[in-house]
Design a protein around this ligand. Structure first.
Ligand code: ME8
Length: 517
């Protein structure tokens, strides 16, 4: 991996979420992947990278047709409605995506058909008959070996035996090439545990993939361009969205952005992204994505989240109750990328109080209130730097370096830990330098001004480092400091150069009021 975590060190990154099925509304799981992607996109944008961020909805196939029927709606009306809920939820969550794509969009339908035709013309799609165990929930055939006690491991239902004529993609033909690609680039699929899982899958012979559904059984799909009696299998359709979005930007943008693609998914959809998708790309003559980033699963109070258990966590409810940044902070802080995590509302409250109210919030309010009290808000000269001032600046420089390496490795919780550690250092600096005591003696008042100036720099540095993770808070801090919004851009001003002589900062307002548990 290039040190900056992106393709060949080219300062470009193309971030994608999965296209969520419209058979459910946004919940903790989809919010988590989307928030991670937004954080990564903001992070690289802040560093001046050419960044493109894609999200959207997956709208074809059996599962969606069934959900529409259950809701008593036509598929088109149903998918318009639920897709709209996803879009408005992400907008209300402050996600900075460049496009919200739907698999029913005309440009996507066209791209899928073009790729199908290309692969067909190249001889990698053939017509044949197949009988197998089919899980409607997963929309795929299972081998006996993959089933657990004869049931789908995900849906715990017994798959139906289905035999029919269909089109098949010669996936098996690409097994060796895929293996070689994964071996040649260790970070292609990360973290390593998922790479190993894929390598284990590829130790078994790779079968061809059934990529059509007869219209007699399913009409809600993209028509096969070479045989109108069939629609396209939903995964062969949906995965192509990642190409559709950047292809629409023109050939040059496609060449630039596509090799910088970083897909973010959870482990549930590892096989389609790590096996189907790269082999499809090979057959279509396209380069592979840069990284497949796979995270774990959230449970709620130790249980799988489900409608029937009534424990579905809704992002908009959480944001209304605790605030956008607080919810976002907790999800990013309480999980290690790649591992499962458990969501508990009491732990969320503890985390908000400890990190955001006590540590970060206090630092902001103490600094700004002393600045008001002793100097009517006006920033004082920095004076001669003492060892404790140098140590404070160094703590933020260290945090800055740590944030870079941790984000490149997707360790967002560690990056946040580093930022909060620096903020904690600043709180301790207040205790140790005791400006409130020094302010009582006119002879030491200039030192009070210098201490507070250092603290204002600490606030600016905190806002800058935290901006991709808790963007609204970062903007509020910068507004309280009365600095222009571009103070959040990187690289930032050197320590001591951000506040011109005579600059005044605002009165404090509480950023994160303590929550009573
Ligand atoms: O699979 N914890 O859509 P989907 C963490 N349409 N993440 C979770 C989660 C949980 N409990 N539940 C869901 C599909 N997710 C296909 C994708 S892509 C071309 C097509 C997140 O609506 C996580 O990102 O079932 C997971 O991979 C995704 O939602 C599955 O979304």
């Amino acid at each position: 991996m290039a040190p900056d975590g992106t393709a060949n060190g080219a300062r470009r990154v193309y971030v994608t979420t999965p296209l969520y099925y419209v058979n459910a509304e946004p919940h903790l799981g989809s919010a988590y992947t989307s928030l991670i992607c937004d954080t990564i996109a903001r992070f690289y944008r802040q560093r001046g990278y050419d960044t493109y961020f894609l999200t959207g909805t997956d709208e074809h196939g059996d599962k969606i047709a069934e959900a529409a029927a259950a809701a008593g709606e036509a598929p088109k009306a149903y998918t318009d409605r639920i897709s709209g809920i996803f879009r408005s939820t992400w907008e209300a969550s402050g996600l900075t995506y460049d496009r919200f794509i739907r698999t029913t969009d005309a440009d996507h339908v066209r791209t899928v058909q073009e790729i199908l035709q290309r692969v067909y013309d190249a001889g990698d799609i053939y017509f044949g008959s197949y009988g197998g165990l089919y899980c409607t929930g997963c929309e795929r055939f299972y081998t006996e070996k993959e089933l657990v006690d004869g049931k789908c491991p995900d849906h715990k239902t017994v798959p139906d035996f289905i035999e029919e004529e269909n089109y098949f993609f010669r996936m098996g033909k690409y097994q060796e090439r895929l293996l070689a690609a994964i071996e040649a680039k260790p970070a292609l699929i990360r973290p390593e545990r998922y790479r190993n899982e894929v390598l284990a899958m590829l130790r078994e012979p790779l079968e061809d993939l059934c990529i059509s559904r007869p219209k007699s059984r399913l009409t809600w799909g993209i028509a096969m361009p070479f045989d109108a009696r069939f629609v396209t299998y939903v995964w062969f359709d949906a995965l192509i969205n990642y190409v559709t979005a950047v292809r629409e930007l023109g050939p040059e943008r496609f060449r630039e952005l596509w090799p910088a693609a970083q897909h973010f998914i959870a482990k549930d959809i590892l096989k389609p992204h790590a096996v189907y998708w790269p082999t499809m790309l090979m057959a279509a003559g396209l380069p592979l994505y840069d990284h497949l980033n796979v995270h774990g699963y959230w449970t709620v109070d130790g249980q799988k989240m489900s409608k029937s258990l009534g424990n579905v966590v809704r992002p908009l409810d959480m944001q209304a109750k605790y605030g956008r940044d607080a919810f976002r902070y907790v999800l990013l802080r309480e999980s290690v990328f790649g591992l499962d995590a458990d969501f508990r509302e009491d732990a969320l409250v503890t985390r908000i109080n400890a990190d955001l109210a006590n540590n970060l919030g206090n630092l902001v309010s103490r600094t700004l209130s002393m600045q008001q009290k002793y100097f009517a808000g006006v920033v004082q000269p920095l004076g001669e730097r003492r060892p404790e001032d140098v140590a404070l600046a160094a703590a933020f420089a260290d945090a800055g370096r740590e944030v870079e390496t941790q984000v490149a490795d997707l360790m967002l919780s560690r990056a946040l830990e580093a930022i909060l550690r620096a903020a904690d250092h600043a709180n301790k600096y207040i205790v140790e330098t005791a400006p409130f005591t020094l302010a009582k003696d006119p002879a030491t008042v200039p030192r009070v001004g210098a201490i507070l100036h250092n603290l204002l720099e600490a606030l600016r540095a905190t806002a800058q480092l935290a901006a991709p993770f808790i963007p609204e808070t970062a903007e509020r801090i910068v507004a309280l400091l009365d600095l222009p919004a571009d103070a959040l851009r990187l690289p930032g001003a050197v320590w001591g150069a951000a506040f011109p002589a005579g600059h005044a900062v605002r009165k404090p307002v509480p950023l994160f009021p303590r929550i009573e548990p």
